[in-house]
Design a protein around this ligand. Structure first.
Ligand SMILES: C[S@@+](CC[C@H](N)C(=O)[O-])C[C@H]1O[C@@H](n2cnc3c(N)ncnc32)[C@H](O)[C@@H]1O
Length: 208
């Protein structure tokens, strides 16, 4: 039995390097295990995030970047509510390969801890769900999300509560507010993976 099958808490806090994270997800994607686990754990991150997003994103033609799209659970929610143009990007090619055909208009393998190869002000919105967590993507990625989002566009994300202060997401978010880079529309503690006693901050910001 792998580590992912045991224990009360998800052992992602053990992951340190990007290589380890990639291997972890490449394995988790096998035999649809990631999706099965998310159903079993009642993972509500994608649903909660898209529910919040749709209150503000009224244009269903908006071009959306799903950063750390994994197996496409956010894409499925976006589709459910009529959004048509979304691009996915993830570190794990194995997870990208599991995404249903034609769900996303474009899929790319990326390391979000590095600069994103998208021009400035390209997207109407960025979604990033489950990807700000232990050993995954660092707060600096928020600078890139702002860069690739149009003025007036939306950035909607979750941050695992266990890293929010430890990884200085609290400071980064406030700094971006003080620098007038974005305006907070929503910020609250979401259920996320309540069945595992793991919650996340859910934020929705408007780019200035
Ligand atoms: C918990 S999963 C969330 C996936 C999906 N958004 C969801 O809600 O089901 C975290 C995702 O972050 C991706 N990831 C981790 N580190 C990354 C990095 N440096 N760059 C891009 N994606 C990364 C993983 O491959 C994985 O798909």
């Amino acid at each position: 039995m792998s580590l992912k099958d045991v224990g009360n808490k998800i052992p992602i806090y053990k992951l340190k390097t990007t290589e380890e994270v990639m291997k972890y997800y490449d394995e988790w994607g096998e035999k649809n295990k990631y999706n099965k686990d998310m159903i079993e754990w009642n993972y509500t991150g994608p649903k909660e995030t898209v529910n919040t997003f749709k209150k503000y994103a009224l244009n269903k033609d908006a071009i959306i970047f799903d950063a750390g799209c994994g197996t496409g659970l956010v894409g499925l929610e976006l589709k459910k509510f009529g959004y048509k143009n979304f691009h996915g990007a993830d570190l794990s090619q194995k997870l990208l390969d599991t995404i249903p055909e034609n769900l996303y208009q474009k899929l790319t393998k990326v390391d979000l801890n590095k600069p994103i190869s998208t021009e400035n002000n390209f997207y109407d919105a960025v979604m990033c769900v489950g990807t700000f967590t232990f050993g995954h993507v660092k707060p600096q990625a928020l600078d890139e999300f702002i860069r690739i989002t149009k003025p007036g566009g939306l950035i909607c994300f979750t941050i695992n509560e266990g890293i929010y202060v430890d990884y200085s997401f609290d400071k980064k978010i406030n700094f971006l507010k003080e620098e007038n880079k974005w305006k907070q529309l929503e910020f609250f503690k979401s259920d996320y993976i309540a069945s595992k006693d793991v919650n996340a901050w859910l934020g929705l910001f408007k780019v200035n």
